[in-house]
Design a protein around this ligand. Structure first.
Ligand code: HEM
Length: 263
């Protein structure tokens, strides 16, 4: 019996897909496959943090530049850009967590057969990573409810949070951030600072691990990698905490910026 060209193509497609699935499954089941997923998704998340921080620091420049920046983010690619960004972030975060959990379970099963001090030490640092990671996840969920969905506050009220940008009424994201960290809600600032501190600890270990997984760690590069990880983590920590802390410590500076544009 002869197979039609269409049937042959379908058959070939099936074989290729089968091979690909098997290949991915084998790769995933190895610990290096999962480590690579953690490292590659980690790179994207680490780069996002730098971008988000630099954008957020525009808050010190006043309502107009910050609201222009927020407007740009919401209107990239006619509004589709932010959704592409969100989809990528969700995939990255989920893959980062799933691979970490799978890796931890695999390591735990392997460790049962031989316990010695080096693995006990490694398990301590991975426990710290899991704890700081879970706190960061809780923070991100809270943060999105706070500033993106804006529940439990008035930030979605256009009467209170409107800003005129070149004749167009837009959301006053600048005022939202200033009010979000107002001294009367000092506990919000406290939670942000605690979360940022755990983020800093997560990055100190995580950035070094990315280099290790990608094969860049050697006796020669070890101390440089350590310096890069600590330097990057401190840059992210100081940059992020500077915003809520400045809003609490120097309210006069932000009031003057608001007055300058009549808000
Ligand atoms: C003081 C520190 C921070 C400030 C002031 C801040 C500010 C903001 C603001 C204003 C938005 C909403 C933008 C808008 O919809 O107009 C936002 C969204 C977001 N932030 Fe932050 N952020 C901070 C720290 C962080 C950190 C440390 C992370 C990650 C660990 C993070 C992750 C996100 C994410 C994932 C979104 C959602 C973006 C979206 O889908 O709309 N932020 N942030």
């Amino acid at each position: 019996m002869s197979i039609s060209p269409h049937g042959q193509r379908g058959h070939l497609f099936h074989i290729v897909m089968n091979a690909l699935t098997r290949c991915l499954a084998t790769y995933w089941s190895s610990s290096i496959g999962k480590k690579l997923v953690v490292a590659l998704t980690g790179i994207v998340l680490v780069l996002f943090l730098a971008g988000h921080l630099i954008g957020n620091l525009v808050v010190f420049m006043g309502p107009k530049p910050f609201n222009e920046y927020a407007y740009f983010l919401h209107h990239m690619l006619h509004g589709a850009g932010i959704w592409v960004f969100r989809a990528v972030m969700i995939v990255m975060i989920v893959a980062h967590i799933v691979a970490t959990v799978a890796l931890t379970m695999q390591n735990r099963a392997a460790r049962k057969s031989y316990e010695h001090s080096a693995t006990i030490q490694a398990s301590k640092s991975s426990r710290t990573m899991i704890l700081s990671g879970l706190t960061i996840l809780a923070f991100v969920i809270y943060h999105m409810l706070h500033f993106t969905v804006r529940v439990g506050n008035e930030y979605n009220n256009p009467e209170l949070y409107k800003f005129m940008l070149d004749g167009e009424q837009v959301h006053n994201a600048w005022k939202m951030v200033i009010d979000g960290f107002a001294p009367k809600v000092w506990y919000v600032t406290a939670f942000y600072v605690i979360a940022m501190t755990l983020l800093c600890s997560h990055l100190m270990h995580g950035v070094g691990s990315i280099f290790q997984t990608l094969g860049f760690r050697s006796k020669k590069s070890e101390s440089l990698i350590k310096q890069i990880s600590i330097g990057y983590a401190l840059f992210i920590w100081l940059g992020f905490i500077s915003i809520p802390l400045a809003i609490n410590l120097f309210p006069g500076y932000f009031a003057a910026l608001a007055n300058a544009v009549g808000h």
